[in-house]
Design a protein around this ligand. Structure first.
Ligand code: GDP
Length: 272
């Protein structure tokens, strides 16, 4: 029993040292800035004297937010029903790191945040209203960025990368703009992205093997999902690397502004 108590206090103090942090990624125009603004509005807590809307100094681009107390937390699953902490529920503080969605800044600034020690999850916002467009440039751009994001997470797990994490960093694909009639439903968003990422993966792995060096097992680590025969799928990332990927739809703005955002908050709560 004493050792259990030690463990309890150890994990409690370890958790308070770093603020739980989420990384907001996705192409320009998907709705990241609009989402942060909405979450800030939903953050207000009359009993909280510390303003929720300030940018934190420790983390670049980090916005301090409060998760409404009514959103269930993943950590509560392990607590007893009689635990006092469930009776006097408080909103939970977390940080959202907004990132630039275009060009070179993706790898230089946005993806470097995957090494953030407080990171609990990645929210990748996509514009569901353009992914089914006959102009496939949106789909290609989105899938290319998502490919690079998942590969960065995979490298963190497999490891020669410095500061690798043993913790699971789950990914939420936030299929935004569900209010627009051209928006693909979440099942179709999943299918299109998986198929397009498979295309990116095949062309990138050809690039690796034509470099002409002798077969190198390290090269498998450089291919998303590993070098296996299976086609790319989100399930493959879960099975091979423990990286869970959920696709959930909502609308941040428009006629149905806010509809579904609660389910994104619940996903965040599940990571806390
Ligand atoms: P960012 O570049 O990812 O930060 O995207 P923004 O937040 O700047 O949004 C890009 C544009 O999409 C803006 O004109 C927003 O008003 C619009 N937008 C964002 N979310 C939604 C949504 O759910 N529905 C609709 N109809 N428009 C949205």
């Amino acid at each position: 029993l004493p050792s259990l108590l030690h463990l309890y206090f150890y994990t409690q103090s370890a958790r308070t040292k770093v603020v739980p942090t989420f990384l907001l990624l996705g192409p320009s125009g998907a709705g990241k800035t609009s989402l942060v603004t909405l979450l800030q509005k939903r953050s207000s807590n009359p009993e909280d004297t510390e303003p929720a809307l300030t940018r934190t100094s420790q983390v670049p681009w980090g916005v301090s937010l409060l998760l409404p107390a009514s959103v269930p937390l993943g950590s509560n699953k392990y607590r007893s029903r009689n635990d006092v902490s469930l009776k006097d529920k408080h909103p939970t503080r977390y940080v959202m790191i907004d990132t630039p969605g275009h060009g070179k800044l993706r790898t230089d600034q946005a993806l470097s945040q995957i090494k953030n020690p407080g990171l609990r999850g990645v929210i990748f916002v996509v514009d569901a209203s353009v992914l089914g467009s006959s102009d496939t440039s949106f789909l290609r751009d989105t899938a290319g960025y998502l490919h690079d994001t998942l590969l960065a997470l995979q490298r963190q797990r497999t490891g020669k990368a410095s500061g690798k994490t043993k913790t699971n960093i789950p990914v939420l694909i936030a299929a935004n703009k569900q209010d627009l009639f051209t928006a693909l439903p979440t099942g179709a968003v999943r299918e299109r992205l998986q198929a397009e990422i498979e295309r990116v993966r095949v062309s990138r792995s050809k690039g690796l093997s034509t470099v002409g060096q002798q077969p190198d097992t390290d090269a498998e680590e450089e291919v998303l999902g590993g070098g296996g025969e299976d086609k790319f799928s989100f399930k493959l990332m879960e099975d091979e690397y423990g990286i869970s990927i959920d696709v959930v739809g909502a609308a941040v703005k428009g006629d149905e502004a806010g509809k579904g955002v609660r389910r994104w908050e619940e996903w965040i709560g599940g990571c806390l």
